[in-house]
Design a protein around this ligand. Structure first.
Ligand code: 5GP
Ligand code: ZN
Length: 139
């Protein structure tokens, strides 16, 4: 399995950096975004390091996509958003800031300003609570 020692998401996969984990299986890891744009902002990554959509293997993508539906359903049950945005950025010009493929699940509410990033750290207690609740809500 590819691993980049300078990649923060690889460090999370290997347990060398902390994250509020929601779910993991052989291929995919799911955890809370540490700078949540909205309550419940969740990331899915392949465990095998790849930079972006162009480097990702079709198998890793297929597995992650299937998992995303389960996680999105659990996330919706927990935070009850009015909508759910799914996005994934490729390259700095597209706004990508962490160069390990990831899919964002971003709960949205009608009156909320549309943004892809924030610099405000999430409340650790709330991130832990959400991770626990979403994990429990998974089938
Ligand atoms: P990108 O801009 O590359 O699509 O998204 C990267 C995401 O990773 C951002 O939403 C950012 O908040 C999140 N992020 C960056 N570093 C960390 C970290 O160390 N832990 C967690 N959980 N999320 C991170
Ligand atoms: Zn990585």
């Amino acid at each position: 399995m590819a691993h980049d020692p300078n990649c923060i998401f690889c460090l999370i996969v290997n347990g060398k950096a902390d994250a509020h984990k929601v779910y993991e299986d052989e291929h995919t890891l799911v955890f809370m975004d540490i700078f949540p744009v909205s309550d419940g902002h969740t990331l899915l990554i392949p465990k095998d390091h790849c930079q972006d959509l162009f480097e990702a293997s079709p198998d890793a993508l297929a597995s992650l996509m299937a998992t995303s539906k389960c996680v999105a359903t659990a996330l919706r049950a927990v935070v009850e958003p009015e909508g759910l945005m799914v996005f994934q950025l490729n390259g700095a010009a597209a706004g990508q800031t962490v160069f390990h493929y990831h899919m964002h699940l971003l709960p949205r509410w009608v009156d909320q300003e549309l943004a892809l990033h924030t610099r405000v750290l999430g409340d650790p207690a709330r991130l832990a609570e959400l991770a626990e609740q979403i994990s429990t809500a998974l089938d």
